[in-house]
Write a protein of this length. Structure first.
Length: 344
């Protein structure tokens, strides 16, 4: 079965999750809100400190942040409770007598950084370093080249999250599902590397014209780690970071929803540091087209994923994979190992 709410909740609680880049939370009151099987997950800048919590007001449970991100005070629109400078501020506190207001607090989660990537955890089974293993240095380098967020694309996929993640892990569908978009890169010589439950795919750009065009843009960027390939990092269980040539990155979350047949999908386009003011104008149209193509690619993925039967037995030991689906095999084995360790 691909549907297992118990496993989804366990993964959500026991793992670290890549949820944001530092550039999204630079200013006081910047926030990012995601949805997942545990409800909401919000991170915000509170006078320079990053706070992660379940986005619920501790008074009577109203959502604090309502958009997918932005800049707003952490104020509850129901009865005016707010959070500022590390503490709750409650209007007319005497009116709550004899309740113990000192016991009221946000339901906070742990936060940790890998370079400029922000991770959040509810009850982590291990340290972030241990969970990322050899994926840590890959992510750290990427995170330091990223300069800003340019696009947010978030909606619900009508499929279980494992279907969406498996789809993102294999290249075999690209020519069938993305002939006019991702397929145009003509990816070739794909290599998989594994570290713990995470995986990294790198592939060459087989389309010589596109590769030449991308190479010619190098002077526009000021990045420490120049790549000349397509890269896809799976941060187990719910996140991906993908890039072509390191000029921009798509930070993707495929969060399990409370409805096990839905996935809270979100992709943010993060772009790398530019060499000059002139480069900013020269790359404007390029980034706009990357954002547009990414949106089309994810819509194509969603369209095919929603036609995968949610009841299909992903954990059936009699399974069939091509050589290039090895990351799917690795992912299924990783989920099975988590279930086994948890006693499910
Ligand atoms: S529910 Fe937030 S102030 Fe009442
Ligand atoms: Fe795809």
């Amino acid at each position: 079965m691909s549907i297992s709410p118990e496993t989804d909740r366990h993964l959500a609680r026991s793992c670290w999750h890549l949820v944001a880049h530092r550039s999204e939370l630079l200013a006081d009151r910047d926030y990012v809100r995601l949805s997942w099987v545990l409800g909401d997950l919000a991170v915000f800048n509170d006078k320079g400190s990053i706070v992660a919590f379940d986005n619920l007001c501790p008074h009577r449970g109203a959502r604090i942040f309502r958009e997918v991100g932005g800049n707003a005070p952490a104020v509850c629109a129901y009865h005016g409770w707010s959070y500022r400078g590390g503490r709750l501020r409650i209007p007319k506190p005497q009116s709550y007598h004899p309740c113990d207001l000192a016991a009221a607090r946000l339901n906070e989660m742990s936060v940790a950084w890998c370079g400029n990537f922000l991770f959040v955890a509810v009850a982590p089974a291990e340290e972030l370093e241990a969970q990322l293993g050899g994926t840590w240095p890959v992510l750290e380098v990427i995170s330091r080249d990223i300069d800003r967020r340019r696009d947010v694309n978030a909606y619900a996929y009508e499929c279980p999250w494992r279907v969406a993640v498996e789809n993102a892990l294999e290249p075999d569908h690209v020519q069938m599902v993305h002939p006019e978009t991702l397929g145009q890169l003509q990816l070739t010589e794909a290599r998989n590397a594994y570290s713990g439950r995470n995986s990294v795919l790198s592939a060459e750009i087989g389309n010589a014209r596109t590769a030449r065009m991308l190479r010619s843009m190098r002077r526009l960027f000021d990045i420490g780690h120049q790549r000349e390939d397509y890269l896809a990092v799976h941060v187990f269980p719910f996140a991906f970071v993908t890039s072509t040539f390191g000029y921009s990155y798509a930070l993707q979350n495929f969060m399990p929803a409370r409805d096990p047949c839905r996935t809270h999908f979100s992709s943010r386009l993060l772009t790398s540091r530019l060499a000059s003011q002139a480069a900013s104008q020269a790359t404007e149209a390029f980034f706009a087209s990357v954002a547009e193509i990414n949106r089309r690619v994810f819509a194509e993925d969603h369209e095919v994923c929603r036609h995968v039967n949610a009841e299909f037995a992903l954990d059936d030991p009699a399974r069939i994979f091509s050589a290039t689906e090895d990351k799917v095999r690795h992912f299924r084995d990783s989920v099975l190992a988590v279930k086994r360790d948890a006693g499910f």
